[in-house]
Ligand binder design. Structure first.
Ligand code: PRX
Length: 678
């Protein structure tokens, strides 16, 4: 390998290579009720019928005007779906269910404190709340179609209500995960050009009422530093009648939603029929280099894909009680808590807190009490629940028919616990592989058709034509046993439209690698490159190994190594920083940090703590490293590149490989002893 190849490490390079597991068929009881059991769908969604096959998903929705062109590739690879069509996402998720299901529960909110009553919000009530909020956003915050608004809300009903109110007006929402710092929120607000920030005073997490409004003040500052003025901060209150934050409300800028909303009581706002390709939302995600990317999702295509996959992969039926335990601040929550389930008129459970508080039985008590029968979570949570309460599920009388895992590879042993103990051997599991950028599931078994295989996502979803390619673009045939880059050969309606304000980066990051003709307007020339390594088994199942770039997947959340490294460099004493992924029993991967200090500066605990603090402020507590190592020097190539691969090997206790070509091989042993001991 050249210096260039070995100077960095990717998750995939240190991925654990599991054994191929046996196939396990879904139960007859599941198949008997499944939304999809007919394999003919794969013919209907074959490339011969592309792109019109996706009409089947679009037909799940109400359109104000039908499209004339299913796929417009004239600006490839910025693809437009259902062009000429007009549609409103809020109407589809709310209004259209009133006629038959006004009284049905749309959102079932479970607060973290067990003593606090649940809120069952019917479609009727959701409609009223969305309308009044939309009226406020329009008349009080002066927002209109095409404007961007940043939403920094925790997992309470106000979050989906606010999103749907934006969608009603055609306002583009950008939800930032509540666990992100104020600074990270402000930078994202600046990038999107939001002049309005919507937040909450506080929320419960792990038994504590956290001050959240303080982050809004930091966000406004951070945005101002990037020349984006936020003139309006709308503050929901977690507890009616009280304000739970240490920071004062700033006159003229900050407004309590609960004080302003009564002025809009009874107000109705007609859903704006938006062009199908108008952006519905932005969702920021970490990339290899530089700033987070604002993934721009369109309205018609995204919603069609969300509804289609919710129906076929999540197998949601009208009478199911569906609980996706993700956070709406991530794409999983957007697609599979809010837009997909509500477009189908389902009941979606919203849980504020952590599933291990006050004890490891909490999730199963909720499932028992609400009669949840579809359960959706991430490997990191499954690992945590398995560790803290391996026998808890058996104590509760709930029955899942279907369970999902998403966000990172799941170890076969963990998968088996999920299947046997959580699913009580009866539920099917779908291991859904996809990304923020892809809007919905790309690879997964279709639960009523395919057998499951622990540790493998499964075949590509209907209408998704995947392959594994080597670095030169050669197809790696099924069963080769070799890892390569998974790609999708065709666009699909859930694919994001561009990176907000940076088309060039969109093309470069996701398409340039395998595109041979940058001028081509033919979608066949633009395979989508997600940045993951995968192995394709002889039976057509994809096993995802992890990122091939410098993105670390921590507990299913993407963190860019560059973002983390630049946060470290904020600490004055730090000269160089390198971040590597280290395997973690619960979170999958954790960042571990190596820093070298400026000349003459002595290593100290204070500097280590300052680095951790900088990361918390710049990004948020989710990015907190496992350890900060202050090293005498970084192992480097002769051209001066930091050898992250070597550091990652040291952190993970694996062989460092050939280091003879390094500029300073002696440093490797010094660092190894520091980290691993003699
Ligand atoms: O590396 C893959 C991993 O998570 C990345 C996408 O992260 P994000 O955009 O935050 O979206 C997560 C939720 C959709 C992917 O590039 N990933 C996601 N799902 C899986 C996965 N890795 C293995 N198996 C999965 N099921």
């Amino acid at each position: 390998m050249s210096d260039k190849d070995t100077s960095s490490v990717s998750e995939a390079e240190i991925a654990v290579y599991w054994q191929e597991e046996n196939l396990l068929p879904p139960s007859a009881a599941f198949v008997a009720q499944a939304n999809l059991t007919d394999r003919a769908i794969f013919e209907r969604f074959g490339l011969d019928n592309f792109p019109d096959c996706f009409k089947e998903y679009a037909d799940l929705l109400d359109w104000d005007q039908t499209w004339h062109t299913t796929l417009d590739s004239s600006d490839a690879p910025c693809f437009k779906w259902f062009v000429g069509g007009r549609i409103n996402a809020s109407h589809n998720c709310v209004d259209r269910h009133l006629a038959l299901n006004r009284n049905k529960v749309a959102l079932l909110f479970v607060p973290e404190p067990e003593g606090e009553a649940h809120q069952a919000i019917t479609y009727q009530e959701l409609w009223v709340r969305v309308n009044e909020t939309a009226a406020l956003l329009q008349d009080f915050a002066h927002l209109k179609a095409g404007d961007r608004v940043t939403i920094h809300l925790p997992m309470t009903p106000e979050l989906p209500v606010t999103m749907l109110a934006c969608a009603r007006l055609g306002v583009i929402h950008s939800v930032v995960f509540a666990g992100f710092s104020g600074k990270a929120c402000g930078e994202r607000a600046a990038d999107s050009g939001s002049r309005v920030l919507i937040t909450m005073d506080s929320y419960y997490r792990g038994g504590a009422l956290l001050d959240h409004k303080e982050k809004a003040d930091e966000a406004v500052h951070a945005a101002a530093a990037e020349k984006q003025a936020i003139d309006t901060v709308l503050v929901w209150q977690r507890k009616t009648g009280g304000y739970h934050s240490a920071t004062p409300m700033q006159a003229g800028r900050d407004h309590f939603m609960n004080e302003v909303l009564p002025r809009y009581r009874g107000k109705r706002v007609a859903p704006v029929p938006m062009p199908a390709e108008a952006p519905l939302f932005l969702m920021y995600t970490s990339g290899t280099t530089g700033r987070p990317k604002g993934c721009q999702h369109g309205t018609g295509g995204y919603l069609a894909y969300a509804a289609g996959t919710s129906k076929l992969v999540q197998d949601i039926h009208p009478n199911d009680v569906y609980w996706c335990m993700a956070d709406i601040g991530w794409i999983t929550g957007h697609t599979y808590i809010v837009y997909g389930p509500l477009a189908l008129g389902a009941t979606s459970v919203l849980f504020e807190g952590v599933p291990t508080f006050p004890d490891a039985g909490r999730a199963w008590r909720i499932a028992e009490q609400l009669g949840v029968n579809i359960f959706h979570t991430a490997p990191t949570t499954i690992r945590m629940l398995r560790k803290l309460g391996p026998d808890e599920p058996a104590k509760y009388n709930y029955h899942f028919k279907h369970m999902t895992t998403v966000g990172e590879p799941i170890e076969p042993t963990v998968w088996k616990w999920y299947h046997e103990v959580v699913g009580k051997g009866a539920a099917v599991i779908v291991d859904t592989w996809w990304q923020t950028e892809t809007g919905g599931v790309l690879c997964s078994t279709m639960p009523g058709i395919h057998s499951m295989k622990a540790g493998s996502a499964g075949p590509a979803a209907p209408g998704i034509h995947a392959s594994v390619l080597d670095e030169d673009g050669q197809n790696m045939p099924a069963g080769s046993g070799k890892a390569g880059n998974i790609i999708i050969r065709n666009p699909w309606p859930g694919l994001f439209q561009t990176i907000w304000g940076d088309r060039e980066r969109y093309v470069k990051t996701y398409f340039a690698k395998y595109n041979k003709n940058p001028k081509s307007k033919d979608w066949r020339d633009w395979p989508y490159f997600p940045g993951d390594a995968a192995v394709l088994a002889a039976d057509g199942y994809y096993r995802i190994l992890g990122r091939v770039d410098d993105v670390i997947n921590v507990a299913g959340h993407r963190l860019g190594t560059k973002e983390l490294e630049s946060a470290c460099l904020i600490v004055n004493e730090v000269a160089e920083a390198a971040v590597v992924p280290v395997n973690d029993e619960i979170k999958g991967k954790l960042p571990e940090i190596y820093i070298a200090l400026k000349p003459g500066v002595k290593a100290s605990k204070t500097i280590e703590q300052a680095v951790v603090k900088a990361i918390e402020v710049e990004i948020g507590k989710i990015a907190r490293p496992r350890h900060v190592w202050i090293v005498p020097d970084m192992p480097k190539t002769r051209s001066g590149k930091i050898m992250r691969r070597v550091l990652a090997a040291i952190s993970n206790g694996s062989p460092v490989g050939d280091i003879t070509t390094l500029a300073n091989p002696e440093v490797v042993e010094q660092v190894r002893i520091m980290v691993q001991g003699k």
